[in-house]
Design a protein around this ligand. Structure first.
Ligand SMILES: [Zn+2]
Ligand SMILES: [Zn+2]
Length: 464
């Protein structure tokens, strides 16, 4: 394999990784040295930071220990007492509650002697009736399919690891599980339901069904399950039992492949010395130095989201019919309705989530892209923290879409009182999805690369 080395390069052979590093002083040489050191410390592993690109050495796991990137503070690994058994039990309990939440009545509304009930997915069916297919798809995916899939995949992986002879394909469901993380929005849906309930309860008789209680417990269990599940522990357990995508040494790259580099897998965080595009030996994900075409894709998604933000605010998100009188409400109109009823706290929450957050997210991402183009090296740590905040908070903009979904599912009493979703809601849902995709496409390591300090190797990660 000619890519493994040349006469002038420094050779290393670390933990099954064989390769070579180019001239001394380069980032790759530092990484090669760290790989060599990682081999001598038993149980120590090299890990690339997903936020700043720094390679650092992680010690063997000790329950209760957090390993953080010494440069940007990103959490690299969290160790638990029982990293596989507790998440398995929580995933099982979560699936049972999921089934209860999806099959029992969610809410019911009594108006002038008529009663209308709804289930968790009723809003999606009403969106289909109103011709808003994309919104129905987003609602079904984020509130039903993704949470169910995440819990099922986790149960399959952790249940499989508990077997004496786990199946050979077990690394695949763990890889798919990693792709779904940001798209499970049960907690946001629950919060939106409480806001919609507050709005309806002042106008009519609203009853909460068993599904909402199951959903509340499910949200708590999923938060606990997400905290208790450290995918790195599952990857290490799979690797120790020989269940990997490519058992043994890396396959030879194509004849005209790029020269090898030290690459960190974005999915399982395995570090390999290989040309760009080589499949990760542990999970099979394509290894890349940085996310492909990150800047151009991010600009395109920001532009699309900015364009859609205009109709999302100009067009109504819903039409409310009361006693034959029809009134269209925009996002700002809905906030004004909360203010009119004296619900200042709810008005503030919806205003921040629906107006401020999307705008700040678009502005912050555009600023970061411009700073990369200018090769700015100022406030790198603060910018990386801002990126993490954007990724975390961005999903909460979905509150307005979920409030509309709960209202349209319940208030359907013909000309007496009914609420219909409008095109503004679909545009706003698209803005949220596009900004989330933009944040996922953006590679924060490019900010550190632009400042000329991308790949560096310190002695070890910060242990807390
Ligand atoms: Zn970092
Ligand atoms: Zn991998």
């Amino acid at each position: 394999m000619d890519w493994l080395g040349s006469a002038s390069a420094q050779h290393f052979d670390v933990g099954g990784l064989r390769g070579s590093a180019p001239a001394a002083g380069s980032a790759t040489t530092h990484t090669a040295r760290a790989l060599r050191r990682a081999r001598h410390g038993k149980g120590w592993r090299l890990r690339g930071c997903h936020d700043c690109g720094l390679f650092s050495r992680l010690p063997p796991s000790i329950p209760g220990m957090d390993c953080r990137c010494p440069r940007c503070g990103a959490l690299l690994r969290r160790d638990w007492q029982s990293p596989l058994a507790a998440p398995l039990a929580l995933a099982g309990a979560g699936l049972i509650l999921c089934a209860a939440a999806l099959t029992t009545p969610f809410m019911s509304l009594r108006l002038l002697g008529q009663v209308r009930g709804s289930t968790v997915d009723s809003g999606a069916w009403v969106f289909v009736d109103d011709g808003l297919w994309t919104l129905a798809l987003v609602l079904t995916a984020t509130v039903v399919l993704v949470p169910l899939l995440r819990l099922s995949l986790r149960l399959v992986v952790l249940g499989g690891l508990a077997l004496r002879h786990p199946p050979r394909w077990l690394y695949r469901p763990l890889r798919w599980h990693g792709l779904l993380n940001a798209w499970s929005m049960l907690e946001i849906f629950l919060f939106s339901t409480l806001i919609a309930y507050t709005r309806l309860a002042s106008l009519a008789d609203v009853q909460l069904g068993p599904a909402i209680y199951a959903l509340a417990i499910l949200v708590l269990i999923m938060i606990a399950a997400d905290m208790a599940f450290e995918p790195q522990a599952a990857w290490d357990a799979l690797e120790s039992r020989g269940i990997t995508a490519t058992p043994g040494p890396l396959p030879a790259p194509p004849r005209h492949a790029a020269p090898p580099a030290i690459l960190a897998c974005p999915c399982c965080h395995h570090v390999a010395h290989a040309p760009d595009g080589t499949p990760c030996p542990r999970c099979g994900t394509r290894l890349c130095h940085r996310k492909p075409a990150s800047l151009s894709r991010c600009w395109a998604l920001i532009a699309a989201a900015t364009i859609l933000y205009v109709p999302a605010n100009l067009y109504p998100v819903m039409t409310i019919v009361t006693a034959g009188h029809s009134e269209a409400h925009t996002i700002l109109g809905g906030i004004a309705a909360f203010v009119a009823t004296g619900s200042w706290s709810l008005a503030t929450v919806v205003f921040v989530a629906s107006v401020i957050v999307p705008l700040l997210k678009l502005a912050a991402l555009a600023t970061m892209l411009l700073q990369i183009a200018r090769r700015s090296s100022s406030s790198l740590r603060r910018r990386t923290k801002l990126y993490r905040l954007i990724e975390f908070v961005g999903r909460w903009s979905m509150i307005d879409v979920f409030i509309v979904s709960v209202l349209v599912a319940l208030v359907r009493f013909g000309i007496v009182a009914s609420i219909t979703a409008e095109i503004g809601a679909a545009c706003f849902g698209a803005v949220v999805v596009l900004t989330m995709l933009a944040a996922a496409t953006f590679d924060p390591r490019l900010m550190w690369d632009a400042a000329g300090i991308g790949d560096r190797v310190p002695e070890q990660a910060v242990v807390q």
